[in-house]
Design a protein around this ligand. Structure first.
Ligand SMILES: Nc1ncnc2c1ncn2[C@@H]1O[C@H](COP(=O)(O)OP(=O)(O)OP(=O)(O)O)[C@@H](O)[C@H]1O
Length: 618
């Protein structure tokens, strides 16, 4: 939430003070004005008028005749919505409606001592009520973002409220992920002293670190910004909700010879997130230059980001070339990961292991691309992204091919990019790994010769041998694969371990998903208002055992009257219910007037029967 989000509210007296005499959100984020002086000066509504607004907890129920639908979110957060109807409802109506019926409670609040009701001149429809209101200027909404700052009148309407779209985007990430909502991992001494058969709550769920990492990814995927704010088009073809994901906002860098900007976006067709790479002002004269993408779309490799679409657009008010890729939240390029600092993240060290890892993954990409008769061209560390721990992917596949084809269509003197010298993919791989490797070593004898640099590297001979091979003119993919085979096995071993780890976490969550469904089923059938009346839930009703069971699971109290909050008990009971075991349980009502002995099996049948009835299948 941006700091200036509720700036428009700072001069508006807080209605909580007008209504309740205080605002409990005053120091907790309420953006309205709490200055007593301002409150007094703006207190136009007589006492009796406040009775027209019913305060239900923090929410305010608006009067009859108004169309305003206050946002639940804004009320909860202590931010009454600044609709022009608000004052209307507070001051003008004489009857309030709660759930569509006249509330007798309100009527009682009026008596002979109540001050006379005087409408506040909010809209011209009330101008006829009092001659003194003739001079009310007509309300002229200010332009777009401007707020109404001066009006020579006792009527001070609320500033122009943000548009619906702005409100939507401002509310995104209103509540950032709060990891404390989860059970924290037990302290190390508890872990150490645990007997083999003992579990902590933590053991029931996905590993904390993995969960936090995945949640951060989710949060990153959900980030959004109003298109007005960054002057971005609301949609580009079928893609909308553009959100820039560049970490580097220096758009003078030209990796491809053109300014390239990367956005996260959503497809209108399937609602999935994609990455949109935009190259500015590429001189495309014929659609035929985009044809090569057909082949690149066929690349299906775990080390290449999949490309889906390419097109040109004028949506950004220029000639942009757009490529659409899979989206991997929280990715960093190799360059960003190893050479740049971000808030909370220092550059990662480059080690021999990580270089082996990269070499083998890139070899995999090269092998697949070559198999399709394609070539990657130069490998740029800013065009390889790390999408997970140690997992890398080529992030701009197909761009070089298209730009080469564009270049061929240009007249010689207008060529934006110089024809690059064509190196083999293996040589390009060698250059990239050498670039990364040499950054770890202080070269005593500075040189441009790759072999001399390799000699000075502080890595094992096996690594140096592998790297030197990439610079040989007779290097072939097959021979190189043989050379690195032992390392491929090592990598495969690590990947399989990682798969096993993920699978075991998935297994845990699988059980949790089953319980969530059971929770949902119980809540669907429990205490439905429409069936409560027909006695099904009464002491003699057929669903009463379900109510008692829910009390047994969730609402137990201990000998001291304290609520029992024991997740193990909950999971135990629900698992037994799900399995329908023969075990009997004693269900006692809270007043201890009713006692039932029932097996989980019978309860399960009752739950299923009630659920089928709900679906109308019984
Ligand atoms: N498919 C993708 N999914 C998620 N993030 C991506 C994807 N492709 C690139 N990114 C991220 O977008 C950001 C910008 O990528 P880009 O390739 O433009 O790198 P750059 O360092 O900005 O290079 P340039 O010099 O071309 O601007 C990087 O942080 C990268 O991790």
């Amino acid at each position: 939430m941006s700091g200036s989000q509720y700036d428009w509210a700072k001069n508006i007296p807080c209605r909580n003070i007008q209504i309740h005499g205080f605002c409990k959100f005053e120091h907790k984020g309420c953006s309205y004005n709490h200055d007593p002086a301002l409150q007094k000066s703006s207190a136009v509504a007589p006492v009796g008028a406040t009775a027209n607004t019913v305060s239900a907890g923090e929410s305010t129920i608006t009067s009859a005749g108004t169309n305003s639908t206050p946002s639940i979110l804004s009320q909860k957060a202590g931010y009454p919505l600044p609709t022009n109807d608000d004052n209307d409802s507070a001051n003008n109506s004489t009857t309030s409606v709660v759930n569509g019926t006249n509330s007798p409670v309100l009527n009682k609040k009026f008596n002979l001592d109540s001050p006379a009701f005087r409408p506040t001149p909010l809209s011209t429809k009330f101008a006829t009520l009092s001659p003194s209101l003739d001079h009310i200027p007509t309300f002229v909404p200010s332009t777009s973002n401007d707020t109404i700052t001066s009006m020579n009148t006792n009527f001070s309407p609320h500033p122009q409220p943000p548009t619906g779209e702005d409100l939507f985007y401002q509310n995104t990430n209103l509540y950032p992920v709060n990891f404390l909502l989860y059970a924290p991992p037990p302290p190390p001494h508890v872990e150490l002293n645990k007997k083999p058969n003992e579990r902590t709550v933590d053991d029931l769920f996905i590993n904390n670190k993995l969960r936090e990492y995945l949640q951060l990814k989710n949060e990153e995927s959900l980030k959004s910004i109003s298109s007005n704010e960054l002057d971005l088009p609301s949609h580009v073809g079928q893609y909308h909700s553009l959100y820039p994901i560049d970490h580097n906002f220096d758009y003078s860098t030209k990796s491809f010879g053109y300014v390239s900007i990367v956005y996260k976006c959503m497809s209108n067709e399937n609602g999935k997130l994609y990455t949109m790479r935009r190259l500015q002002n590429v001189p495309i004269t014929s659609p035929s230059v985009l044809k090569s993408i057909k082949k690149w779309k066929k690349v299906d490799c775990s080390n290449c980001v999949k490309v889906y679409d390419v097109f040109t657009t004028r949506a950004f008010n220029d000639n942009s070339l757009i490529l659409i890729y899979d989206y991997y939240p929280m990715s960093l390029t190799l360059l960003e990961n190893h050479f740049m600092s971000f808030p909370g993240k220092n550059p990662d060290l480059i080690t021999e292991d990580s270089l082996w890892n990269y070499t083998i993954q890139l070899l995999n990409a090269i092998t697949e691309v070559n198999r399709l008769g394609l070539s990657l061209g130069s490998l740029d560390s800013s065009k390889i992204i790390i999408t997970n721990k140690g997992r890398i992917r080529l992030s701009a596949v197909g761009v070089n091919s298209i730009l080469e084809d564009v270049n061929k269509t240009l007249p010689k003197d207008a060529k934006e990019i110089e024809e690059p010298e064509k190196d083999s993919d293996l040589l390009n791989l060698g250059k990239l790994i050498l670039f990364l490797a040499k950054s770890t070593t202080y070269l005593k004898a500075p040189t441009e010769d790759p072999m001399e640099i390799i000699m000075q590297l502080k890595f094992t001979n096996v690594f140096k041998k592998m790297l030197s091979y990439l610079f040989r003119e007779d290097a072939t993919i097959e021979k190189f694969q043989e050379l690195v085979a032992p390392m491929i096995l090592k990598l495969a071993n690590g990947l399989q371990n990682s798969c096993d780890y993920m699978e075991s976490n998935l297994m845990g969550e699988l059980e949790n998903a089953r319980l969530v469904r059971l929770f949902a089923k119980l809540d669907f059938i429990s205490e439905r208002p429409e069936v409560v009346k027909d006695g099904l839930w009464s002491e003699t009703g057929e669903r009463y055992p379900i109510k008692l069971f829910k009390d047994y699971v969730f609402h137990q109290i201990d000998d001291n009257g304290k609520p029992v909050v024991d997740l193990t008990h909950v999971i135990n009971c629900l698992n037994k219910l799900d399995a329908g075991v023969d075990e009997n349980i004693l269900l006692v009502s809270s007043d201890e007037m009713t006692c039932l002995i029932m097996s989980y099996k019978e309860l399960k049948e009752l739950v299923n029967k009630s659920f089928l009835k709900l679906l109308g299948k019984e």
